[in-house]
Design a protein around this ligand. Structure first.
Ligand code: 3HC
Length: 295
């Protein structure tokens, strides 16, 4: 597909990444259908977009007209057919589980136009395996945004075994048209590039605390002020969702071996549904406390 022909984008999943990607696409002028499995999820995602656009307008990072225009271009839907029926590109951002994503693609192929490109926002899973359940492995690739999408510049564009070069070129141009900087990832290996580097750092930080060698605050203070990352490791885990990091690690452990064994501290947080900012509590408290307090 010619990148200039792209007008309509379907985003599947209205969670942290889904609503952020929908916002970025709408700000770039695309008509976006944002779909989730029930009204509550999709409404919540829509409200988050509204909040974020307001925030950007308040700070004069965009004009009020741009904010209103972007919101007008987002249509929240629950029906899958309504979401993908006339989409030029389908960007999928559903939970980071192979079986859930495959189930979604099995359904999407029934309604999406044959020329539509499928781009998955998976953080780690095999593009080739996901593409296999679609009817168009050559029109299927990874398009991996970072949290929060409206603020993060990078997009990894990942080739599966059968992805056509045309598809990768189009998705790279699409990312550029959204104001992002795409980096092409040629090898479809678990965690691609960023998460292969970043998620073990979060895991190692958790092992340090689990073993009693350091406190959460001390680790975060060193990652922030010593290593120079914009956030501490635990603060970042709260930002991306502890469950997301945990599922990426589980998959890397399964595919790459013991070096990636998830720390039990992460499992406990997932079990307790303390997943970070999105649930109001993770390693820090965002409801009653003041969020990350890094000395
Ligand atoms: N929309 C609009 N405003 C937003 C926002 C959003 N989505 N998210 C945060 N903000 C606002 C905050 O509300 C706050 O507003 P306030 O000043 O009125 O309180 C402001 O932005 C925060 O701004 P700060 O000045 O405190 O922070 P910075 O602007 O310097 O940076 C950041 C914020 C860009 C998030 C920075 O901390 C950062 O880069 N953090 C690291 C993020 C990162 O590494 N992400 C990648 C994670 S890995 C990943 O996503 C992959 C996945 O597969 C696991």
């Amino acid at each position: 597909m010619d990148p200039d022909e792209i007008e309509r984008i379907a985003v599947l999943g209205a969670g942290n990444m889904g609503h952020g990607i929908a916002e970025v696409a709408a700000l770039a002028g695309y008509h976006v259908t944002m779909r989730d499995i029930n009204e509550e999820f999709v409404q919540n995602g829509y409200e988050q977009i509204e909040w974020s656009l307001d925030k950007l307008a308040e700070k004069d990072q965009i004009s009020r007209d741009e904010a209103d225009g972007a919101l007008d271009r987002v249509t929240p839907v629950v029906e899958l057919e309504a979401a993908v029926g006339d989409a030029d590109v389908v960007i999928e951002a559903v939970p980071e589980k192979m079986d859930i994503k495959k189930e979604v693609y099995r359904e999407v192929v029934e309604y999406a136009p044959p020329e539509a490109i499928f781009a998955t926002n998976t953080s780690s899973l095999s593009i080739t395996d996901l593409a296999e359940v679609s009817d168009r492995p050559e029109q299927f690739c990874g398009m991996h945004f970072f949290n929060p999408p409206v603020r993060m510049q990078l997009v990894e564009v990942i080739s599966g075994a059968d992805t056509a070069d045309d598809t990768l070129d189009t998705i790279e141009e699409l990312a550029e048209s959204m104001g992002k900087t795409p980096v092409r990832v040629r090898k479809d290996s678990p965690g691609f590039i960023v998460n292969r580097v970043l998620v073990p750092l979060m895991n190692e930080a958790a092992w340090l605390v689990e073993s009693g060698d350091a406190t959460i605050e001390a680790v975060d203070s060193t990652t922030k002020y010593g290593i120079g990352l914009p956030m501490g490791s635990f603060e970042l885990a709260d930002q991306v969702g502890i469950d997301v990091g945990y599922h990426v690690l589980e998959y890397m452990h399964q595919e790459l071996g013991d070096a990636y064994r998830p720390c039990p501290l992460l499992a406990e947080k997932v079990e307790a549904e303390e997943l970070g900012k999105k649930t109001g509590r993770g390693f820090y408290d965002y409801e009653d406390g003041d969020g990350a307090q890094i000395p």
